[in-house]
Design a protein around this ligand. Structure first.
Ligand SMILES: [Mg+2]
Length: 263
């Protein structure tokens, strides 16, 4: 049961709304219920491979209407972080996909390809389905030389219909192992993405419920910023893991549909 003082939701997507491209439960009905209940919502994902507009399209295909401003990704988070620490025009070697590239370029950064990597003034790592030895070797050389090192997120895996596959954190482990250097992290469980989502919602922490499928990212991030949290069991974390998590998430439900149906 969602407490009556809750006015807004910060929703994870992978493992909450879908697994791969397969929707979890009745998404149009669930969002109709959310709207009837008068809840505002923002989607917040550690997956930075897509732009907000691409997520808007994917949501629309599954029957969920959302504006791009209602979607925050770790790519937007990392671009914001870098904009605080480096001037426009800074050359960045990025291991990642279009979501991160577009977010960095919108902040005025120059994104280098692997051939020009030695010129980089910062290294950014996110999920990259075109990752290869050369990219990882360049990132390692730069980080070992003292170039500042950032990542979108540390999720070791992400869910697909057939099970979990390596996420950003697994590839990151190659570079941290080879360098002994830990990156600055933009995504969950660090608070920045939650703070960006709260800013977009305009609600207080006490009025906002963070919903996700993963204890060590979604629930931890919600707890880190002082929001209530709800774990849904449609993704990665299990009920047994949740019962061992301290402090416990505020709420637990089989799915977002079940969580909303109770309220
Ligand atoms: Mg998830």
């Amino acid at each position: 049961m969602i407490p009556s003082n809750i006015k807004a939701l910060i929703l994870d997507m992978d493992g909450v709304l879908w697994k791969g491209d397969a929707p979890i439960g009745d998404l149009p009905g669930t969002f109709q219920r959310i709207r009837e209940r008068g809840l505002k919502f923002v989607f917040a994902t550690n997956n930075g491979t897509k732009t907000p507009e691409e997520y808007q399209q994917k949501l629309a295909e599954l029957g969920v209407d959302a504006a791009p401003e209602q979607i925050v990704t770790s790519a937007l988070g990392i671009a914001f972080l870098l904009a605080q620490k480096h001037p426009r025009g800074t050359k960045i070697f990025m291991i990642g996909e279009d979501g991160i590239r577009v977010a960095l370029e919108e902040k005025g950064f120059e994104v280098l390809n692997v051939e020009n990597a030695p010129q980089a003034q910062a290294v950014v790592m996110g999920i990259d389905r075109g990752i290869n030895f050369q990219k990882v070797a360049e990132a390692t050389l730069l980080v070992r030389a003292g170039v500042p090192f950032y990542t979108t997120n540390t999720d070791r895996t992400f869910p697909t219909p057939r099970g979990e596959i390596p996420g950003s954190g697994s590839w990151l482990a190659v570079v941290t192992s080879a360098t002994g250097v830990q990156p600055v992290v933009a995504g969950k469980p660090f608070p920045y993405l939650m703070e960006l989502a709260l800013e977009r919602l305009g609600t207080s922490r006490e009025e906002t419920l963070v919903v996700g499928d993963r204890l060590e990212t979604d629930v931890a991030a919600g707890q880190a910023v002082g929001c209530r949290t709800a774990l849904v069991l449609s993704g990665v974390s299990t009920r047994k893991e949740a019962e061992a998590w301290n402090p416990a998430p505020t709420l637990m439900a089989e799915s977002l549909e079940a969580l909303v149906a109770q309220s």
